[in-house]
Design a protein around this ligand. Sequence first.
Ligand SMILES: [Zn+2]
Length: 105
Amino acid sequence: MTARCSICSINFPIGYTRCQRCAGRLDHVDNACPDDDWQQRAAEDDPGEDSGDLRLRVHRMEQLQQLGLGLEASFQLATETDVVARARHLIGRGCPPDTAARILV
Ligand SMILES: [Zn+2]
């Protein structure tokens, strides 16, 4: 059982709901296994043509997740340009990541 991104052809471990590369929704596939190199492939910097905004969004998602926000909240928030700075500000002042996510959404 795996969670597959049909756009990137990457099989993620079960538990992921969004592609770590293009942020697309993952399909569950019963008769397949997560790729051994999924993390490496997800980090590849070429999700396709015309993807400047997408890359920026994925980059923001990564930064938000590093700050402690959950995957879904990071995905939702990543469309906003100054969201990482705002999240860093809140969390830097002692705001728990969950609360910061609720404030920022
Ligand atoms: Zn993908």
